[in-house]
Design a protein around this ligand. Structure first.
Ligand SMILES: C[S@@+](CC[C@H](N)C(=O)[O-])C[C@H]1O[C@@H](n2cnc3c(N)ncnc32)[C@H](O)[C@@H]1O
Length: 275
């Protein structure tokens, strides 16, 4: 049972991300930025604990997990319109896309990649909740620091000759620059038309404070590139059309006049790039 698997602080960040999506789904003002009907159940938290956790995060941290999922699922929908039929979720954590969309996946195959221990925990949790995994959902266990994505995806049936939509949300800050580079190298060589949407933490002159704060949660922040450094990493990996979402853009698009007081993330940035 999942209760017997020992989770690390980094694994716990996936539970916290689900709690934030749950808190927003339960108490966020309309229009919601993102609704995740399964987040509370999969997090395993009690409703009042998830809501309290969300409140304690403060308005710019509590927005991170909802806005990144919203942007990603909107862009995925656009990619599907242009015929992309593979979706790879890097560091999926407790992402519920495939479960929520089970009857609307159609020809889309979803590959979830995560640390093997945490992925096993998630699979057992899904089973214990009695949720049905759709046949289009495939699991590909992988540690980004030690295994290549291509190696992890091959046994799951990934077709490297067809374009893919890739999300990488809330993960890069926990990885070394070498691991980020290696994963982007794989992504940049995907079939033309492939797209990646990722988040990274740009701490700027507050990086040391962020690192110290993360350490109090038992988590190590390894990478905090600037927007220019992330653009360079993406270009170096072979991406041509690269976009960055600034805090101002996110504010304008998603956070205007919100009654719940949520504001755009202060340090989480999003980048999108197409092969
Ligand atoms: C903050 S959670 C984000 C989960 C999900 N993407 C979301 O937005 O809710 C970070 C995830 O990265 C995964 N992760 C961190 N380091 C990893 C590594 N070296 N290899 C594989 N997965 C890793 C963790 O297991 C966790 O699920």
């Amino acid at each position: 049972m999942s209760e017997q698997i020992e989770l690390t602080s980094v694994h716990n960040t996936a539970i916290q991300s689900a709690a934030i999506r749950a808190g927003h789904t339960l108490t966020g003002s309309e229009p919601k930025i993102f609704e995740d009907s399964l987040a509370l159940a999969i997090s395993g938290m009690a409703e009042q604990d998830a809501i309290a956790f969300c409140k304690n995060m403060g308005p710019s941290n509590a927005s991170t997990c909802v806005v990144r999922s919203r942007v990603t699922e909107d862009r995925l929908a656009a990619a599907r319109e242009r015929g992309v039929e593979q979706y790879v979720i890097l560091g999926a954590g407790l992402d519920t896309f495939a479960l929520r969309m089970a009857d609307r996946l159609g020809s889309l195959t979803v590959y979830e990649i995560d640390d093997p221990v945490f992925q096993q925990w998630k699979r057992e949790r899904i089973e214990s909740l009695g949720l049905k995994s759709p046949p289009q959902l495939r699991y590909a266990p992988c540690d980004f620091e030690t295994m290549s994505i291509a190696e992890a995806l091959a046994p799951a049936g990934f077709d490297a000759d067809r374009p893919v939509f890739i999300s990488w949300l809330g993960v890069t800050q926990y990885l070394t620059l070498d691991a980020i580079r290696e994963t982007l190298k794989w992504a940049g060589k995907c079939a033309p038309g492939s797209e990646i949407v990722l988040t990274y933490t740009d701490g700027g002159d507050q990086s040391e404070t962020l690192i110290a704060h993360a350490a109090t949660r038992g988590v190590k922040l390894y990478s905090h590139p600037s927007a220019q450094e992330m653009t360079d990493l993406l270009r170096e990996a072979g991406f041509t059309k690269i976009e960055q979402q600034t805090r101002e853009q996110a504010s304008e698009r998603y956070f205007k006049d919100r009654a719940d007081g949520l504001v755009a993330p202060e340090f989480q940035r999003m980048a999108m790039a197409i092969v």
